[in-house]
Design a protein around this ligand. Structure first.
Ligand code: ASP
Length: 331
């Protein structure tokens, strides 16, 4: 039988409704929740650890490092890992793990639930069983198993607050589908001859700015002197932004002039940022911004946090941003 380590980190999966208004808070769970899913013992030999138990909105760099550390240290003792995590920031954590646990040989699977395990009609039980099953298989990746899909972790994004199919992988095909059988698509999986290695460290000197019609870039000029190493501007469509009287171009020029890296993502989920398509985006490119291609916003931000932990130089950050680490970006 395969050996699987479950790391329970919180999220709706284990939450309990608190009186008087039934607000969901992290439950005081230790092992009792496992009694509600005794059938998982038929899938694998399972150990459980609870490194932290929180709403995933509170997950930050420290929690990512804890997970990297546990999985890294226990890599030889288990055949696969299942991380139960809140859905809100699951895509960020999946990206963080994929950029830190490099050239994986074993599955590291994140899952969670939209409805607590203790509630009727919960998706927690099914997601957990699917995740454990997938973790016993040969998947050399950080993946999200949710709503009967297996998605590459750094390509996944939460796109629904209420659907049991909460995650999509907008610009990369699924790694697998779960129905009557678990169907894996090996041709979509990572394959590397490089040895497994761990790359620790993330920087918080990264800022994301959401551009909207009427946004005033001058309000953000103080950020240019804040020690920020990289900006991710979330523009429109293919990477457009205003270039008229509320132009963002001076912001980009100033940032580039100060040695800060500027990246452009899109508020749209599907498709690739292409700064050659429209005048506004072209101006941004001329000022020094670069498009994130088809990367998710989560993967782009976490990759910048990873790179800024090592590099100060905007040129290096740009160069390594477009060097694939774990299948997050097309060649
Ligand atoms: N707020 C919860 C969390 O991310 C949502 C969930 O798990 O679905 O922790």
């Amino acid at each position: 039988m395969k050996r699987i380590l479950i790391l329970h980190t919180g999220g709706t999966f284990g939450m309990v409704p608190m009186e008087p208004d039934e607000i969901l808070v992290p439950g005081n769970l230790h092992s009792e929740w496992l009694n509600q899913v005794p059938e998982i013992a038929r899938l694998a030999e399972i150990d459980v650890e609870i490194p932290f138990n929180m709403d995933s909105s509170n997950v930050s760099i420290a929690e990512w490092e804890i997970l990297v550390d546990i999985v890294g240290r226990k890599m030889d003792r288990y055949d696969g890992f299942v991380i139960i995590h809140g859905t809100d920031t699951m895509a960020y954590t999946a990206s963080a793990l994929s950029f830190s646990l490099l050239n994986l040989r074993k599955p590291v699977i994140l899952t969670g639930a939209q409805r607590p395990l203790a509630r009727l009609r919960s998706d927690a039980r099914g997601n957990l069983i699917d995740a454990i099953q997938v973790a016993t298989m040969d998947i050399p990746e950080v993946a999200v198993v949710f709503g009967q899909s297996v998605l590459r972790g750094n390509r996944a994004t939460k796109n629904s607050i209420s659907s049991y199919k909460a995650f999509v992988s907008p610009n990369y095909p699924l790694l697998g589908k779960i129905g009557l059988n678990v169907e894996l698509f090996r041709e979509n999986m990572l394959l590397t001859p490089q040895p497994f290695r761990i790359d620790r460290g993330f920087s918080d000197e990264v800022v994301a700015l959401y551009i909207f019609p009427g946004s005033d870039p001058r309000l953000f000029f103080p950020l240019l002197d804040s020690g920020t190493k990289a900006f991710l501007l979330i523009g429109f469509g293919a990477g457009n932004l205003p270039e008229n009287d509320r132009s963002w171009i001076p912001f980009i020029e100033k940032a580039t002039g100060k040695g800060q890296a500027v990246f452009l993502a899109s508020s749209a989920l599907h498709g690739r940022v292409d700064l050659e398509l429209y005048a506004g985006a072209q101006e941004a490119a001329r000022a020094g911004a670069v498009g994130v291609k088809g990367m998710t916003r989560e993967a782009a931000l976490v990759k910048l946090m990873k790179l800024c932990a090592t590099y100060d130089d905007a040129g290096k950050i740009r160069e390594y941003f477009f060097t694939d680490r774990a299948g997050e970006i097309e060649p």
